[in-house]
Design a protein around this ligand. Structure first.
Ligand SMILES: [Zn+2]
Length: 690
């Protein structure tokens, strides 16, 4: 559940986030140094580890490294993602050069990328490619046609539990996977949508920063209408903004959206009863969902609210809203004026990024979004040797073993609950590097020179690919990340994990580094993902991925209490005087961090097999283990981006994730941390959870 680190933003019809387009905002961690092991020069030894562990491990790097002008944040994750993108570029360019001799998939990759890079063709087309779609919106004459148009725009662009992406500019987002209570069948999940800003808070909060952003957003909508040649751009912008504010008013909060007990199973007949207003028959038919017997309403109250608004708010406002979002979704593939305007708002104003990153980088990310598995296959062939896969699989086995032993020795858990917990670990399906089955892209048409058309066809192809799962047997080996993604993910409904090839490389995992380093970084990543099966959400799914209670009451009460103590610990972190971290919103991730680090530490000690700990560079093995962990969270972030992250992200800011070492007794021993030091917690305030 929820990858190691993934920031999301904005609504696009492609299975790709705005954050991916604007900035590198991917996974966990990494260091520039090519030497194996920890980065001594990047530390700040003038800081006591017990006062500020993040500064102790990363202070030197933080002082000497500026955030590049085209990024909202920078750190180990961005560095490794940049390297991976360069590797991918070489694959894509080779595919583009091969021309007639390329395989069918390689040709699609090359054509998709080169069409996006052909700025001349894009400029000369202007907005013409989008014109038929805008004309269709203008022709909407009644609410039934409105519902059809809204339905036709739905895409598989959200993910409530795996990648935790709750944002879409369409009225609803669709996610297709196992049923919460029925792991043997796939269901369409409907999630709330319709906003252009990242979250309801951006519309409703009284803070001066948000008020300022709202003014800029209104201006942005107006500019988009103006650039597209619409009459009365100011009036239209005001209508869209007012409508989105009403939409925000019915939206669930981010914390509410994380509650796995809120979703409701609705039959087709339930829809007009439970959520009156929309012409559901028209919407479902246009969305290709006519044969779905039921849907899972992820935020039932919000979906009812949106349905009511669709009947109540003026038709003209909805038409402007549809037109605006159609242009926004296409903007990255339109002429420079649209790209710049989009960046000006989403990049500069919303995330604080001074400069748009180079076009080739955006091109690679879009190609990955459209043809992820096809690119992934090439990536794995060139950059992921079988022996690396085998070593990573062995490390996963170590971590599972360590987690098993932790369960055995938990004093607070009853034998009944332990049996169930261990069953869950036993059936956990771990994917390392790449999926067993690659996707077949033969149905996706890529036309050289049609950048926008390619993107739209790819978004629709992905949607149909997901809908087809409704009529297929469940595949517990399904992947939710491409192999070339620097990240990792836990899939609670499949009771499975994905560790993409791109994260199994230095500095996370370095065959030349010692065990202390590898267990402190890659070990903790693996431990983090395994632990998601046992975080506050994951612990509610059983060995088959069914939402079911397998705990005794006393055990669950104890577990819940520990979680609340950890939430309170994170609530106390204040990156800004007017803004604290939300301990509840980030609880799953924080539990996974602590539990994953504990399991990684155990696995590290097991790997020593009784051999004495070696001192290197004046540091004990335990010290190097923890420093390696701290450095895996190395990051700098711009203020606007940090505020956005706190409002919308399930992860706490990196510095506090590094400081979570304060929950482990072994960290106190390793660095002789004293009660007078800032990170010190009395033993009964440390929250190991697992
Ligand atoms: Zn996570």
């Amino acid at each position: 559940m929820a990858p190691m680190k993934l920031s999301l933003l904005g609504g696009l019809t492609l299975p790709m986030t705005l954050a991916m387009i604007l900035t590198a905002v991917p996974a966990c961690t990494t260091r520039k140094s090519v030497t194996a092991g920890i980065d001594l020069a990047g530390m700040d030894k003038s800081v006591a580890p017990g006062d500020d562990f993040n500064a102790y491990t990363n202070g030197g790097w933080i002082k000497s490294t500026p955030i590049p002008a085209d990024k909202s944040s920078y750190g180990i994750d961005a560095i490794l993602t940049d390297e991976t993108r360069k590797r991918t570029l070489s694959l894509v360019e080779d595919a583009a050069k091969a021309g007639e001799t390329a395989t069918v998939d390689a040709r699609k990759i090359g054509d998709f990328y080169s069409s996006f890079m052909d700025e001349g063709a894009i400029e000369s087309k202007g907005i013409a490619t989008l014109k038929p779609q805008l004309d269709a919106v203008a022709a909407i004459a009644d609410r039934r046609a409105l519902a059809r148009s809204m339905g036709a725009r739905l895409r598989a662009d959200v993910d409530a539990l795996n990648n935790t992406n709750f944002e879409t500019g369409n009225l609803f987002g669709v996610w297709v996977t196992q049923g919460l209570a029925d792991p043997s069948h796939a269901y369409p999940y409907l999630l709330q949508g319709g906003l252009g800003l990242p979250d309801r808070d951006y519309y409703l909060s009284k803070s001066p920063q948000m008020e300022e952003l709202r003014k800029k957003y209104l201006k942005h909508i107006e500019t988009v209408f103006k650039l597209s040649g619409f009459t009365e751009p100011d009036r239209r912008a005001a209508r869209v903004f007012a409508l989105e504010t009403a939409i925000a008013g019915v939206h669930a909060t981010r914390v509410e959206s994380e509650d796995v007990h809120t979703p409701a199973l609705w039959s087709r007949a339930d829809l007009p009863k439970n959520a009156p207003g929309l012409d559901w028959a028209a919407l479902l038919e246009a969305a290709g969902l006519n044969d779905a017997q039921s849907i899972i309403a992820w935020q039932p109250k919000a979906i009812s609210g949106l349905s009511a608004l669709s009947a109540k708010e003026p038709l003209d406002a909805w038409k402007d809203w549809l037109a605006f979002h159609s242009i926004e979704d296409a903007a990255s593939y339109l002429p420079k004026a649209f790209v710049d305007e989009r960046f000006d708002f989403y990049g500069k104003s919303l995330s604080g990024i001074p400069e748009l990153r180079p076009r080739w980088q955006r091109g690679i990310d879009f190609t990955n979004g459209a043809l992820g598995d096809a690119v992934g296959k090439l990536y794995v062939n060139r950059y992921f040797p079988a022996e690396t896969r085998a070593k990573a699989q062995a490390m996963v086995a170590d971590l599972v073993k360590a987690f098993n032993q932790r369960i055995d020795s938990l004093a607070w858990m009853s034998p009944e609950t332990k049996v169930k917990a261990k069953q869950k670990l036993e059936t956990l399906k771990v994917g390392v590097g790449y999926p067993d089955q690659w996707r077949d892209y033969s149905g996706l048409e890529i036309v050289k020179g049609d950048a926008l058309g390619n993107a739209q066809r790819a978004g629709l192809w992905e949607y149909h690919y997901q809908l087809a799962k409704l009529h297929q047997p469940i595949d517990r080996g399904e992947w939710w990340m491409t192999p070339q993604t620097v990240n990792a993910v836990n899939l609670p409904l499949q009771n499975a994990l994905n560790f993409p090839a791109a994260i199994i490389q230095p500095p996370y995992f370095d065959a030349n580094a010692d065990a202390a380093h590898n267990y402190g970084s890659m070990g903790a990543v693996i431990g983090h993902e395994i632990s998601h099966s046992f975080d506050d959400q994951g612990s509610q799914f059983d060995a088959e991925g069914r939402l079911a209670n397998w705990w005794t009451k006393a055990d669950f009460d104890h577990f819940r209490e520990a979680g609340q103590a950890l939430a309170a610990q994170f609530d106390a972190y204040r990156p800004f005087p007017d803004l604290a971290v939300n301990g509840q919103q980030t609880l799953s991730e924080n539990i996974a961090d602590v539990a994953g680090l504990l399991a990684a530490y155990d696995a590290y000690r097991i790997s020593l097999a009784g051999k004495p700990d070696v001192v290197r560079d004046g540091l004990t093995g335990d010290q190097r283990f923890f420093i390696s962990f701290g450095q895996s969270w190395r990051s700098k972030v711009r203020d606007a981006e940090l505020r956005r992250q706190i409002a919308t992200d399930g992860h706490a800011p990196e510095q506090y994730r590094a400081d979570t070492v304060r929950n482990l007794d072994s960290w106190y021993d390793a660095f002789s941390v004293q009660p007078s030091q800032k990170l010190y917690l009395a033993p009964n305030h440390r929250v190991p959870v697992w």
